[in-house]
Ligand binder design. Structure first.
Ligand code: ADP
Length: 961
């Protein structure tokens, strides 16, 4: 965004902010700077001018007043001297000619005094001259008297007037006034001179101070002006370049940019050359008025609509967006999309229309195609929706699932403010609209087609992700091909390689061509195809073991295509392995859930695989965003659930089994393997749950458990029956044995009585025969039967005792047990002359008494069933194997045929019941029962005539584990 803003600023020739900050002076316009400098100069000159003017005025004053006053004063002094002298001389000499002289000058003196009076009053505001005049008048009076006395020859009287006090006083008054005038004048001149000096000083100081300052200011102004002019030149230059760039940009962007007049037919001020592609008219035709305006291109049916919308937008100060048809110079009709706005001048009055026109004929056709498809929306492979003017979702076909999921609404629900606004706007304007939105990583284009009469709009959606990416990629790659680290090529329509940057070396080697040469049929074909269609294309090829993606961008006007290449081997491989993993997840028979980790109690599902959908009956769309807790139903009190909660809390994985509930409410046993996923910074981001429906296994286990319990109960019952029966049957048996003995005793006594009696010999013989044979034989049978029964009962008791004996399981020193058994059977061993080999054998876990009994039985049998034809040999060995101690007692006795090898472990079963060895057929059965209790096993390998091997496995003692 920032980058964009900078580029935009550069395009417009606007300096960046930092530059502005540095150049503080830029805040002042050159006019301001010059005005400030000029003002300072004027101020300084004014001060100087004022000084000079004042001096000039003083000088003029002196010329007009001071000098005449001085001159008049001199004249008055002179005339007064002449008059006084004339009067004095007349009085002294009596000569009348002095009077003539007096008369000549006296009027002149008067006139001079009058003039002086006027001047002095005016300039010095003084009455000194007036006083002079008065004194003079009195003097003249006295002098006239002197001349009269002289005329009468009374010279003494005349002289006395001259010498009179009054005359002298008037003379003094006269001179004093004259002196006063001289002094006042001098004071006035002095004051003026002082002022003059001050002014001169101020002017001089101002000049001294102001001149350097002014010089600096003007120098600074000149420098800045020079800088400003340079900047202006640069800006003009830049503006020119930008303008050129702007024009080239305008002419190169795939649309028409225009500026036109406000009213129909919208005469054009400027329009980009691309108008030719749309209308068949050149930009000049419109700009020079050969085509009167854009309006004349619009088909008649659409003009009113366009006029109306433009006027409305101007009135509302809003931009407008239009779709209308224009007639191409070749007579064909083109659909265009126009976006524009009214430009207002500084006074807020509408001045121009600026805008951009785009040819949307193809898109319109495509939309019409979509509209066609929309007739069967349910069959449409693309999402189709219908939304009412008030934002209700009226219809959505099957492919809309993921869109609705994102919007969070279903049919009959409100689609949200944004889409409600879009639809109602489309219904207001009646225009179709293309809205592009990103949804779940895909770029979708929605063609919003309003159906005004019905009050709803149909939305036809297409996935344009790939197209968008291709466009972006091309824009990105198109910058600075020579500096591009990725290969950039330019191929002409006839397959000639026009340009290739440095990064193309290996590609050109593979292609076997260089600049200016033919690139081969394949690439020639691809380039010419893109030039024909005008569409950009992405071509992926393998070259020298690498996978390269070529974005082919046709430049139709220039007749060539630019190819922007990128190595996508890693991406491809990553994609392949990703696909593999993805397929594995999809194909897996285990349910896989991926949940995003927000916090321990919030882990919304973001993915479930098809196996999950199969097992639970929920679809991906139904579970997205939910926590997998929802599958517990109300059955929350489970140990497994607690285990999972704990694991989530402690951020680790766990494996457990819990009861979950399918969508149809049926419970199933779920074996869950929960694993946390951490990112690079070790933040827990996701949980992956791999689970398995183990209901059948669990049911089988439960059944097994139940059966084992039943068997155990029955076994215990049986054991107690056997025990009770064998125990209780012993007392009647003892009775039978006792009474049989008594009966045989009685028979003996009876026989004695008979022998001594005198009973008929015949009868005697018969009775004796009965007593000796039948009764004695019967008693023998009864006794034998009772013994047999006693023996059986003993056996049964022994067997049942094994089931009830209390066990003390502990590690057993088997070598010692074998030594004990050896000692106990030493007599028999010696008697049978048997070679007994005892290996060191591993220890085991078991009950000492029962283990001793078990091995005694086996060793006893080995001794019992030796073959008398050969030297007996018994070998006892042992090893630890797979957590068990396995012992082997091997003999070279008579052996057991395979048919009997299983039977011999059953109770009272013997291979040959009548053999010389004798026995009850109990030993091996007791062995199996002991092994049952000790968690052991027995098996036999045997061959008649060769010998037998009895293998016994018992739990290994701990130290061997
Ligand atoms: P008994 O020895 O009291 O007959 P057993 O249960 O100990 O009862 O043995 C059952 C039968 O297995 C024996 O009668 C015998 O036929 C056969 N048998 C047992 N051990 C051996 C052996 N080591 N060699 C040959 N036969 C054996």
């Amino acid at each position: 965004m920032l980058r964009k803003a900078k580029i935009f600023a550069r395009l417009r020739g606007k300096p960046s902010d930092s530059k502005c900050k540095k150049r503080f002076w830029r805040h002042f316009s050159p006019v301001t700077i010059v005005m400030a400098a000029s003002a300072l100069t004027i101020l300084l000159l004014s001060v100087l001018g004022w000084g000079i003017w004042k001096s000039y005025l003083d000088h003029k004053w002196a010329e007009e007043h001071s000098f005449p006053i001085q001159s008049l004063r001199s004249q008055i002094v002179l005339f007064d001297e002449i008059l006084t002298m004339s009067a004095s001389m007349a009085a002294a000499t009596g000569d009348r000619q002095w009077q003539n002289r007096y008369s000549k000058y006296e009027p002149q003196l008067k006139t001079a005094i009058k003039s002086l009076d006027v001047l002095v009053k005016k300039t010095l505001d003084s009455d000194a001259a007036m006083k002079t005049g008065e004194a003079n008048d009195k003097l003249v009076e006295m002098e006239d008297e002197i001349f009269e006395l002289v005329g009468q020859k009374r010279l003494d009287d005349a002289r006395s007037i001259v010498a009179s006090e009054n005359y002298q006083k008037q003379k003094e008054l006269f001179w004093n006034s004259m002196k006063q005038i001289a002094e006042e004048l001098q004071e006035y001149i002095n004051t003026n001179l002082e002022n003059d000096r001050k002014r001169a000083f101020i002017a001089l100081e101002s000049v001294l101070l102001g001149l350097p300052l002014l010089t600096i200011i003007w120098l600074w102004t000149l420098i800045k002006m020079q800088h400003y002019l340079k900047e202006r030149d640069r800006a003009e230059q830049e503006l020119k370049v930008n303008e050129e760039r702007f024009h080239s940009l305008i002419n190169n962007i795939p649309g028409v940019i225009y500026r036109c007049e406000l009213s129909y037919p919208w005469a054009v001020e400027h329009i980009s050359e691309t108008i030719f592609e749309i209308s068949g008219y050149h930009a000049e035709d419109l700009m020079e008025g050969r085509v009167q305006g854009i309006g004349t291109l619009i088909v008649d049916e659409d003009i009113e609509h366009v006029k109306c919308l433009v006027a409305k937008a101007t009135e509302l100060h809003q931009p407008f967006e239009l779709k209308y048809r224009i007639r191409h110079s070749d007579g064909s009709i083109r659909w265009v999309h126009e976006k524009g706005q009214t430009i207002f001048n500084a006074k807020g009055k509408p001045a121009w229309l600026d805008g951009a026109i785009e040819d949307i004929t193809e898109r319109k056709n495509a939309e019409e195609e979509i509209v066609d498809l929309a007739k069967f929306p349910s069959e449409n492979p693309n999402p189709v929706l219908r939304i009412s003017g008030d934002g209700m979702l009226l219809y959505a076909n099957n492919t809309c699932e993921s869109i609705l999921q994102k919007w969070g609404c279903r049919k009959g629900e409100f689609v949200g403010n944004e889409w409600c606004g879009i639809v109602s706007e489309a219904l207001d304007t009646g225009d179709e609209k293309i809205v592009v939105r990103e949804l779940a990583g895909r770029v979708l284009s929605f063609a919003v087609a309003p159906v005004i009469d019905a009050g709803y709009a149909n939305l036809y959606c297409r996935d344009i992700t790939e197209r968008k990416h291709a466009e972006e990629e091309i824009v990105d790659l198109a910058k600075f091909p020579s500096e591009n680290p990725n290969p950039v090529l330019r191929i002409s329509g006839n397959g000639i390689l026009l340009y290739a940057n440095n990064a193309c070396e290996s590609i050109l080697q593979e292609w076997g061509c260089r600049k200016g040469e033919f690139v081969g049929n394949e690439w020639c074909g691809i380039v010419s195809e893109t030039l024909d269609t005008g569409d950009e294309k992405i071509v992926v090829r393998e070259l020298a073991g690498r996978v390269l993606s070529f974005a082919v961008a046709p430049v139709i006007d220039a007749g060539y295509a630019n190819l922007y290449c990128r190595d996508i081997t890693e991406q491809k491989e990553a994609l392949q392995s990703l696909n593999l993993l993805n397929n594995a997840v999809i194909q897996s028979s285990n349910c896989i859930i991926i949940a995003e980790h927000i916090k321990a109690s919030e882990n919304p599902i973001i993915y479930v695989n098809p196996a999950f959908e199969r097992v639970t009956g929920y679809t991906l769309a139904e579970v997205l965003g939910k926590d997998s807790r929802f599958m517990h139903g109300n059955d929350n009190d489970q140990a497994g659930i607690k285990e999972i909660r704990q694991a989530l809390k402690e951020r680790h994985g766990c494996k457990t089994v819990i009861r979950n509930y399918r969508k149809d409410g049926i419970m199933f046993w779920n074996e869950i393997n929960l694993s946390p996923v951490f990112d690079d910074q070790n933040n827990l981001t996701h949980y992956i749950g791999v689970s398995q429906d183990i209901t059948e296994q669990k049911l089988a286990e439960d059944e097994r458990e139940r059966l084992l319990n039943t068997i155990q109960v029955k076994k215990e019952n049986l054991q107690s029956i056997v025990y009770v029966a064998s125990h209780d049957l012993r007392s009647p048996l003892v009775n039978i044995e006792g009474f049989s003995n008594e009966l045989s005793q009685t028979c003996m006594e009876l026989k004695g009585i008979l022998n001594d009696s005198s009973i008929n010999n015949n009868i005697k013989q018969k009775l004796l025969m009965l007593l000796d044979e039948d009764i004695t034989e019967s008693i023998k049978f009864i006794t034998a039967g009772a013994s047999k029964m006693a023996m059986l009962l003993n056996g049964l008791l022994q067997v049942s005792r094994i089931g009830t004996t209390e066990l003390e399981i502990k590690p057993l020193d088997m070598d010692k047990i074998m030594d004990d058994i050896h000692q106990a059977t030493e007599f028999q061993i010696k008697k049978a002359d048997v070679e007994l080999i005892l290996d060191d054998i591993p220890d085991c876990l078991g009950d000492e008494a029962l283990t001793n009994q078990l091995f005694s039985n086996i060793l006893g049998n080995a001794l019992k069933y030796l073959d008398p034809k050969r030297q007996g040999r018994i070998h006892i060995s042992g090893r630890s194997d797979n957590g068990k101690s396995v012992y082997c007692i091997e003999d070279n006795g008579i052996g057991i045929d395979s048919a009997n090898q299983k039977r011999i472990f059953e109770i009272f079963q013997r291979v040959d019941p009548n053999d010389k060895a004798g026995g009850e057929g109990l030993g091996l059965n007791i062995v199996t029962r002991i092994l049952d209790r000790l968690d052991g096993k027995i098996r036999v390998e045997s061959e008649p005539g060769k010998g037998s091997k009895f293998f016994i496995a018992l739990p290994l003692a701990k130290q061997y584990v």
